[in-house]
Ligand binder design. Structure first.
Ligand SMILES: NC(=O)c1ccc[n+]([C@@H]2O[C@H](COP(=O)([O-])OP(=O)(O)OC[C@H]3O[C@@H](n4cnc5c(N)ncnc54)[C@H](OP(=O)(O)O)[C@@H]3O)[C@@H](O)[C@H]2O)c1
Length: 325
């Protein structure tokens, strides 16, 4: 008769070890480290919120930083803020990401980029039936087409960079790129699109030693969120609050660490980590340990996700019942 410990040993030790070994062999792309020091980090939307915090942290870590946004006044204010607190100068470029020629001029003037952070984004939260098509187009143009413009403009010089060290294209999406939320019909569509862009692009640029990161911030305390809160349906805030909120500096720290470690999916808090596991699907994974966590927890996390949907639909039902008396 088999020893009773043998079953225990194979279930809890040998099977996980075999799975770890398998994942170690198969995870792709391979792990990579992206150096930041002395490299050119170009951040769009770098004059405010998460982008400004990222510019500040990258400058402190010794990067040569360029920031791009529309308002020159806000860019100068950001440059002064960074100079005052660090003594470091960042380069500023005024352009609208919706204008490809303007973006291309700025990128050419800035010089070859090692780490491109495409962070600009806008949101006008509203139910689709109350939203103007012009607002839908505005979000798609800035959040999705704007990213294509930036990446198209920067990619040729990134591919031909003299320094062959690993380079990065980091795209700031949102947790609304992982799950659709009431009031974010257009915003979510613009941000979900970034995932397709990022997954396909990673395959296209891997041979050039360029690594794509997709960052998923939750609600983050920024001027952008303050503006958004003025028109946000109350139920949107109730649902979005399931993931808590963060400070721009904390999100920037998570984002920069994710970029430096070459992670494809970069969640910013614990709820974001659960969301990333729940939505991992066929996305690339460099870490065999993270792949192990994904494989072994996916079932239980799917149950947690269904519980979230249960509470959200319950909240929507109650909210409608209250509104209609
Ligand atoms: N804050 C949140 O709760 C939150 C949550 C999830 C995801 N995110 C995402 O994180 C990113 C940063 O958000 P944030 O809250 O830090 O934003 P923010 O404080 O509103 O700052 C937005 C930045 O983007 C620039 N920008 C906006 N439209 C532009 C355009 N057409 N062309 C060039 N630059 C433009 C703005 O400068 P100008 O206005 O001068 O152009 C500003 O520098 C966005 O992609 C957002 O969707 C934010």
């Amino acid at each position: 008769m088999a020893h009773p410990y043998l079953g225990f040993l194979s279930l809890f030790i040998l099977v996980p070890l075999a799975l770890l070994l398998l994942l170690y062999i198969i995870v792709r792309p391979r792990p990579v480290k992206i150096p930041i020091k002395n490299r050119h980090v170009f951040i769009t939307g770098g004059s405010s919120g998460i982008g400004l915090a990222l510019a500040h942290q990258a400058a402190v870590e010794g990067a040569r930083v360029s920031i791009l946004a529309r308002s020159l006044d806000k860019l100068e204010e950001a440059r002064n803020l960074i100079r005052l607190s660090t003594g470091i100068d960042v380069a500023v470029f005024s352009a609208d990401v919706r204008d490809y020629d303007a973006v291309k001029r700025a990128v050419d003037e800035a010089g070859p980029i090692d780490v491109l952070v495409v962070n600009q984004g806008v949101v006008v939260p509203k139910e689709l039936d109350k939203q103007e098509l012009s607002e839908v187009k505005f979000m798609l143009d800035v959040n999705l087409m704007g990213n294509f413009h930036m990446i198209k403009a920067a990619l040729p010089a990134m591919k031909n960079r003299r320094d062959r060290a690993p380079a990065s294209i980091a795209i700031v999406a949102s947790q609304a790129a992982q799950v659709g939320i009431y009031g974010y019909t257009a915003y979510s569509a613009s941000k979900f699109g970034l995932r397709g862009l990022a997954e396909a692009l990673q395959q296209e640029v891997i041979a050039d030693n360029i690594h794509v990161s997709l960052i998923f911030p939750p609600d983050t305390d920024t001027p952008g969120l303050m503006e958004e809160n003025k028109t946000k349906p109350q139920i949107t805030s109730i649902i979005a609050s399931s993931s808590g909120s963060m400070k721009a500096e904390e999100v920037a720290r998570k984002a920069l660490n994710g970029i430096k470690s070459g992670s494809f999916n970069v969640p910013c808090n614990f709820e974001g980590l659960l969301l990333s596991i729940a939505t991992a699907g066929l996305s690339p994974q460099r870490s065999f340990l993270m792949a192990f966590i994904e494989v072994s927890t996916i079932g239980i996390i799917r149950i947690a996700a269904l519980c979230f949907q249960w509470t959200w639909y319950g909240a929507i039902e109650k909210w409608h019942a209250r509104k209609t008396g």
